[in-house]
Design a protein around this ligand. Structure first.
Ligand SMILES: NCCOCCOCCNC(=O)c1ccc(S(N)(=O)=O)cc1
Ligand SMILES: [Zn+2]
Length: 230
């Protein structure tokens, strides 16, 4: 999604407030499309509020999209530039809807924080995840993941873009308030290569490396992207 050129500064936008409880972390698994870290969302223990949001939203999972090479991989672009990977932290509106599955079908059901990954310095917090990847190389493999604070993957800079959009994989429902952080996080080449060693395929099948698991850019049409910064 082409950010920046078509964005309008909205002075009404508030800072996003993020409060995650690291002990709500459950497991990390390879679902055949990406690898996901899932959280216990049975109570309001890991939530975001503020920003463009009317309600508070509960963290359910985070996952990534990345390319086969560093020239592409993100699902949003800034100034026509792709990043090598993009993190999505998926939250749902448990104030308005009883289950995640129902929230997925509603316009104000989900809020996804997008964070760009840029090639650079080693990322200590990400390394914890990278160390777990060999154990979930194949589709439908899972390992327990006790304590992890996803805040370590979110840049300090408060600036973000926001727009009303959709899931980038089926069911592609238009239920997502996208909140894309302006500042990328830096990860090193070995960490990106570790993502690319995962497989789309199950154990025993012919190996297909998990790369280029991003949706191609979609036309902006008449959508407005607002920025929280000038
Ligand atoms: N499985 C049958 C019922 O399905 C109900 C809805 O399931 C939705 C599954 N998809 C997701 O949860 C889901 C979540 C986030 C993103 S993304 N890449 O837009 O952040 C894409 C997809
Ligand atoms: Zn995603």
């Amino acid at each position: 999604h082409p950010l920046w050129q078509n964005s309008v500064y909205d002075p009404v936008l508030k800072p996003l407030k993020i409060s995650y409880d690291p002990t709500t972390c459950l497991h990390i698994w390879n679902n055949g499309y990406s690898f996901l870290v899932e959280f216990d969302d049975s109570a309001d223990r890991s939530i975001i509020v503020g920003g463009p949001l009317e309600n508070q939203y509960r963290l359910k999972q985070f996952h990534f999209h990345w390319g086969a090479i560093n020239e592409w991989g993100s699902e949003h672009t800034v100034d026509c530039k792709f990043y090598p990977a993009e993190l999505h932290l998926v939250h749902w509106n448990a104030v308005a809807y009883p289950t995640f599955e129902e929230a997925v079908m509603e316009g104000d059901g989900l809020a996804v924080i997008g964070v760009f990954l840029k090639l650079g310095a080693h990322h200590e917090g990400l390394q914890t995840l990278v160390d777990a990847l060999p154990a979930i190389k194949h589709k439908d493999t899972v390992i327990e993941f006790d304590v992890f604070d996803p805040s370590c993957l979110i840049p300090q800079c408060p600036d973000y873009w926001t727009y009303a959009g959709s899931l980038t994989t089926p069911p592609l429902t238009e239920s997502v308030t996208w909140i894309i952080k302006k500042q990328p996080i830096e990860v090193d080449e070995n960490q990106l290569e570790a993502f690319r060693m995962l497989l789309f395929t199950s154990d025993g099948e012919e190996e297909k490396r998990m790369v280029d698991n991003f949706r191609p850019l979609q036309p902006l049409m008449n959508r407005t992207v607002r920025s929280s910064f000038q």
